[in-house]
Design a protein around this ligand. Structure first.
Ligand SMILES: [Zn+2]
Length: 135
């Protein structure tokens, strides 16, 4: 399941740019999203006035059902609280079955969830780390 919204961000030049923000992307459902990840185009827009990139470093969830992969992508800024983030993720996997099921659609059965938690789950900080992982 891919979840997206838009946000108005003010560019350094003062122009207001609309950035498409992803909360969750499913690259098996839409392979063009993987290309966007590889090109650094997720949560980013280009200012129509000055041409500078406007980038929002925010959390999103990267799914690749085909490769049994679920990667929690946190902003670079959260690297300082890495342990806390990993505990949050572990907690959400343990306790928030409902949220995980919403994210993964009807795919999740208890066995599959166990499988995911043993194999395809990662926490990364920043999109560079994500790209390294899925290359
Ligand atoms: Zn600008």
């Amino acid at each position: 399941m891919t979840l997206e919204s838009t946000k108005q961000i003010k560019c350094v030049c003062g122009n207001v740019v609309t950035v498409k923000l992803y909360d969750s992307i499913n690259v098996s459902a839409d392979p063009t999203l993987k290309a966007k990840v590889m090109n650094g185009e997720i949560n980013k827009a280009t200012c129509g006035k000055c041409g500078k990139p406007v980038y929002v470093d925010k959390y999103f969830l990267y799914h690749d059902d085909g490769n049994n992969t679920m990667i929690f992508v946190y902003p670079e800024a959260d690297r300082a609280r890495e342990q806390e983030v990993k505990m949050e993720v572990a907690q959400s996997l343990r306790d928030s079955d409902k949220k995980i099921e919403t994210e993964l659609g009807e795919l999740m059965t208890p066995e599959k969830k166990k499988e995911f938690s043993e194999t395809g789950i990662a926490v990364v900080f920043g999109q560079d780390e994500l790209r390294d992982l899925i290359l």
